[in-house]
Design a protein around this ligand. Structure first.
Ligand SMILES: Nc1ncnc2c1ncn2[C@@H]1O[C@H](COP(=O)(O)OP(=O)(O)OP(=O)(O)O)[C@@H](O)[C@H]1O
Ligand SMILES: [Mg+2]
Length: 249
């Protein structure tokens, strides 16, 4: 579904992502892990068009997307959540969801008309997502006033509300307690069961090992291992990378 070929992004001397080959297969939950600064968020930023690659190719459903603007990639069916939550804090829960839905359909042009006229089916889908995210009772609350775990849930359903087939989740469990992580585990599985494909970046290894079909491991921007969760857990290079990171910390 998504193919990265020999993809690099360098910032001056820092090789944030370096010669990365990565395939995301339709219908899978692919984990992307690695120590701090190993290039995970940069990879998401390259896929979504926040950054241009220094080198390499990016294809989504067979189409070269390297020259497309971020909103065009959203229209094609790629959505993300942010490592540091980025909601419209002064808008309500519902408005955050609806904005994602409306912008999906041809970016910001004519946004106001589409906001007001949105089709019934689209509204129903957004309502379903509110329930899915356990936020129906908070629909008219300002996003900025939600508890942390609720904001993370809103980010997740907002990404889904765009109708995207590929969801890029950048540390969705960061700051969550154990119970919230279990809920997230269930939600990620259900999104996949509804036909979405998921790239999951996470530091919570229990979640990665539980929920991912496959895992790719980065270190210093390079892919150092890939395989089933059990395989990468046993991998010597992976262990060394995480131990090295512990030494730094
Ligand atoms: N805009 C930028 N300008 C300069 N350097 C950057 C920029 N973005 C990322 N980097 C550097 O690229 C490297 C990879 O960063 P990235 O944020 O992708 O790591 P990460 O794997 O997401 O880390 P974390 O687990 O801490 O979120 C780091 O050395 C980082 O400092
Ligand atoms: Mg990151």
């Amino acid at each position: 579904m998504l193919e990265l070929q020999n993809l690099s992004r360098h910032f001056g001397g820092v090789k944030a992502v370096d010669q990365l080959d990565l395939d995301v297969v339709q219908g899978e939950i692919l984990g992307l892990i690695g120590p701090n600064g190993s290039g995970k968020s940069t990879t998401v930023n390259l896929i979504t068009g926040v950054y241009q690659p220094t080198n390499g190719a990016l294809r989504f459903k067979g189409q070269d997307i390297a020259d497309l603007a971020p909103h065009q990639r959203t229209e094609l069916g790629i959505a993300r959540t942010f490592q540091n939550i980025r909601l419209f804090g002064h808008l309500t829960v519902w408005q955050n969801l609806w904005a994602a839905r409306v912008v999906r359909e041809r970016g910001w042009s004519g946004f106001r008309e589409r906001w007001l006229s949105g089709a019934k089916a689209a509204r129903e889908q957004a309502e379903e997502l509110l329930v899915f995210g356990d936020l129906a009772h908070k629909r008219d609350h300002l996003a900025g006033n939600l508890a942390f775990g609720e904001q993370r849930r809103l980010e997740l359903i907002r990404a889904a509300a765009s109708g995207a087939e590929l969801l890029l989740l950048d540390e969705p469990a960061a700051g969550m307690n154990a119970e919230e992580i279990l809920d997230l585990d269930q939600r990620i599985r259900r999104l996949r069961d509804q036909g979405r494909t998921i790239l999951l970046i996470e530091h919570h290894m229990e979640l990665v090992m539980e929920v991912c079909d496959r895992v790719v491991v980065l270190n210093f921007g390079r892919k150092i291992a890939q395989g089933t969760p059990a395989q990468v857990q046993r991998d010597e290079a992976v262990r060394a990378a995480y131990l090295g990171a512990d030494h730094h910390a």
